[in-house]
Every structure is written in C-alpha cells, then in structure tokens.
Design a protein around this ligand. Structure first.
Ligand code: AMP
Length: 304
C-alpha cells in the first residue's frame, strides 16, 4: 500500500558526546522516509530552499524506495535548519536553534499521483500544515501524526483540531504529559484518546514505548544498545515511526495486533539510526542486517 509522509527536510547541526556533524541531511520527513523505505515504497511531500545542498538530494535519491516527486525546490527560500546538543547520557538534548525557513510559507503541493495514498504519516512540522495536508488524502485508511514541544507551545489550537482527524498519534512521554498536563505517561495517553485518535504511541527513549489503543494496551522495550554503539540519537523517533508505518503499509493492516508488531519494526529501524550521524547507517543497511536485528530483538524481549 502506498505510504506517504510529510514533515521537515532539514539541515541539521548536531553535537553529541561522540562528536559533531555540521549541516548534514536531517528532518523528520527525511528520517521517516529513509527508515520506512526499507519496508515499503514511500512518497515524500515536502519543500526545501535554494540553499539545500546537492549532496543531500543525492543521498535521499539513493534510497531505493523513496519517491521524491512531491519534493518542492523553492529557490528564493531557505531550508528548515535545526541545531541540537545532547547531554552526557544522550537521553536528553537541548535545541540550539530552529530556523523555520520554508515552514513559514504555504505548505507544499501534493502531486495528483499521490492523492490515492491510504497510509499517511504527518511527521513533525507545524500542525496547521499537517492538518492542511491530511485533507488532501480522501482515501486515507490510517492517518498518524507526530508532534513535539515547540508545536504544543506555539500551535496548540491547530494541534487539537488535527487530533480530531487522526487515527493515531506518536509522541514522547514528556510531550504527552506537557500536552495533557498529566504526570503519568499512560494517563496522558488516555487523555489524548479523548481528543479523537484511536491509538497513541508514547515513546520513552531508551525505555521503549507504550501503545494505548481503544482495543487494548501493549508495551515494547527498546533495543538493548551498548553505549559505544550510540553515536547520535537524532531521528530515532522519526525512524521508529517510519519502521512502524512502513510495516503497516506493507501489510495493509490497521488493527491493534498489527500495530503491536509494527512497534517492533519501529524499534529495529530506530536502533540503526542512532549508530551514526544523519542517515548514514540507514543508507548502508541491507535486508539481512534488518532481519538479523529483528531476530536478536525478538530473542532479547521474550517473556516466559
Ligand atoms: P527526532 O530526534 O526523531 O525527534 O527528530 C529529529 C529531527 O527532527 C531532526 O533531523 C530535525 O531536523 C527535525 N526537527 C527538529 N525540530 C523540529 C520541529 N520543530 N519540527 C519539525 N522537525 C523538527
């Protein structure tokens, strides 16, 4: 089933305890697409400015499953850019700058060839843009969105309107609690269900994720990564969503059990992303490595 994603395509500058990366390919949409493309073909809708480096384009183009017909180049604009710094244990980060650039302009157009998309992911971007794009997919069977603190702070009303239209929401525990003013991730997730969605996935970093669904609840551990393998956690959340939605679109499934399985695929894809800066690890990934990691993850998370 065609999977479509919109969100940011960014130029990232990242500092972690293992080093720094300047002006590398990043953005919520780019990470999502890179991860999902290993499981199913992905259509990208986004915009970049005249400053977008040619090697970023080549990198995205070189992922076999990514369709860039919905990527708009706006020569007189600037590309979304983000800078972040991670603290010692890599669990926490601070944003150093966010340059919205093209995000302050009208949203990108959806090519007519993409309007039949049934699996829709609205990666992190302004919720007004997410809402606008969602309405371009009248055949949607599964519409899921991610959000983050910036948008909860500056665009809450748009976010609440968006939630009414969604099947699912993916966000991290702090954001879920910030949005709902609850102090526990599960009660925050339940409060989000009251806003409209059928399910919420609350990500808890190195502690995994929780699925709260109208048909039941599930937990999933994170992949047990050794500290020495964690180079840069940037994009882990987007890759998690990419793995999850990639699996669901590949199976054309939307039920609770399938979402539960999809969380494992999300976890596996995120575990690769954090092993390098930018999308380098996702780029040199093959099917055998993915299958091996899934087998390792299943073995590590067996109960009973
Ligand atoms: P994650 O680590 O999964 O939260 O995602 C990090 C990516 O999100 C980076 O590549 C950034 O370019 C991008 N990003 C950072 N802030 C925002 C924002 N406010 N809206 C959309 N994308 C963002």
């Amino acid at each position: 089933m065609p999977l479509i994603v919109t969100g940011t395509i960014g130029i990232d500058t990242v500092h972690t305890p293992s080093g720094s990366a300047e002006r590398v390919l990043g953005g919520s949409c780019a990470y999502f697409a890179a991860a999902a493309s290993h499981l199913t073909p992905v259509r990208v809708v986004g915009a970049v400015g005249g400053d977008w480096p040619a090697d970023h384009r080549h990198r995205l183009e070189s992922f076999r499953g990514i369709d860039l017909r919905g990527l708009e180049l706006r020569p007189n604009s600037t590309t979304f850019a983000w800078g972040g710094r991670y603290f010692d244990n890599m669990n926490r980060r601070e944003t150093l700058f966010t340059h919205l650039g093209v995000l302050e302009e009208p949203p990108p157009n959806v090519p007519a060839a993409f309007s039949d998309s049934q699996f829709v992911f609205l990666a992190n971007t302004h919720p007004g843009v997410q809402l606008n794009l969602l309405q371009k997919f009248p055949h949607r069977r599964l519409a899921v969105a991610d959000t983050m603190d910036l948008w909860i702070n500056i665009a809450r009303e748009d976010l609440l309107r968006l939630f009414k239209e969604l099947h699912g929401v993916v966000l991290n525990d702090e954001e879920a609690m910030q949005l709902t003013e609850r102090r526990n991730a599960i009660s925050a997730a339940r409060a989000i269900l009251d806003l409209g969605p059928t399910f919420v996935v609350v990500k808890k970093g190195e502690h995994g994720a929780v699925l709260v669904h109208r048909d039941g609840n599930a937990t999933i551990p994170a992949f047990p990564a050794d500290e020495k393998h964690v180079v840069d956690p940037t994009g882990a959340g987007d890759s998690f969503a990419g793995g999850m939605m990639g699996h669901l679109a590949a199976k054309a499934a939307t039920d609770f059990r399938s979402i539960q399985t999809a969380l494992a695929w999300g976890t596996v894809m995120a575990s690769f992303t954090i092993e390098s800066f930018s999308m380098d690890r996702l780029h040199r990934l093959d099917q055998m490595q993915i299958d091996k990691r899934m087998a390792d993850f299943r073995a590590a998370s067996r109960v009973g």
